[in-house]
Design a protein around this ligand. Sequence first.
Ligand code: UD1
Ligand code: UDP
Length: 349
Amino acid sequence: MRIVSVVGARPQFIKLAALSARLAVDHEEIIVHTGQHYDYAMSEKIFSDLGIRNPDYHLGVGSGSHATQTGEMMKALEEVMVNRNPQIVVIFGDTNTTLAGAVAASKLNIPIVHVEAGLRSYNRSMPEEINRIIADHVSDYLFAPTRTAAGILEKEGLADKTYLTGDIMVDTLSNNLQVALEKSNITKELEVDGREFSLLTLHRNYNVDNPAILVNILDQLDRLDELIIFPVHPRTRKIIENTEMSWANISLTEPLGYIDFIAAEHYSKRIITDSGGIQKEAFILGRPCITLRTETEWVETVEAGWNLLVDPSDADICGKIRTFEVPASKEDIFGEDVSSKMAGIINSI
Ligand code: UD1
Ligand code: UDP
């Protein structure tokens, strides 16, 4: 089959890596990069770390308002899909790239596989929530990463299209962790070798776009009085640059490559984040995770006791972090050898 895989943002490259390696065995895969993420550290570096071949098409859309960005992507994706006439389009996650791929393919009546289907935060102020709902409802094969996600799809009347596959990020992590631990020098480069540190990431619109909210979070985390390594997402960097603030205990760096980042996760004492993918990686790697959000799509990690939701407007973020303890063990949530399961389903289409 000819398959078009549509990606554009950092977590999508990471999801693509494991699946693409499988699909390439039996199919002609065309990789289309919309250009939603374009900084070297957010795109090219992730491709090279994960050995993903260069995209067949780079649409160069870049940043913009939601409708502008999504619309530009849809126009360019439609052209590729019409010219290359794929039997299947694969979309990943819940970004504007996902939405554009979903709408463009569904209007051309091309069957769509949605990887990471069935996530809901029930918070419509997140652009991702709109993207997910639309992507799920126009897709034909819904690959649910967790039982909760599969249950949500069933409640929305989509059970007959749902496949409980597990989470593809498990495969990318397991394919790369050993290499990361052998090859990454990140703790030396960041001068934290042998020291305890927490790893922090922030990029959700509601946490970072308003400087007062972002500064309040960082001020509070600074008061933990413990070393925090903070690879700064470009969205967040723009805001921090304008504040001209600095924090004694928080060490800001560029976004890390995937190999260095998973090594940093492994060596960290705890992870503090508002990222979706990082909550999962923290769980898989057995690191306590504090999620600075009021809700999460990854409810199993919270129920298991490994992920603590802390309201970013809470006046005592530090207290919540200090007293958080994880259980002695954990059960599997995200499955294993997920790319084989996904490839098996795709092969039978
Ligand atoms: C996007 C996704 C989000 C995902 C995140 C992963 C949407 C609506 N959001 O959020 O779901 O969790 O990616 O990281 O699709 N920028 C740069 N360089 C880049 C990319 C972005 O400077 O390479 C800056 C631009 O100022 C841009 C801003 O970051 O306007 C936001 O980028 P955008 O892709 O719109 O959203 P993200 O916050 O990255
Ligand atoms: N990641 C990375 N470098 C960083 C921060 C994150 O490689 O500096 C990886 C991380 O390991 C995870 C993914 O990016 O696999 C998460 O992406 P992100 O937080 O941008 O988006 P989300 O998962 O919230 O959509």
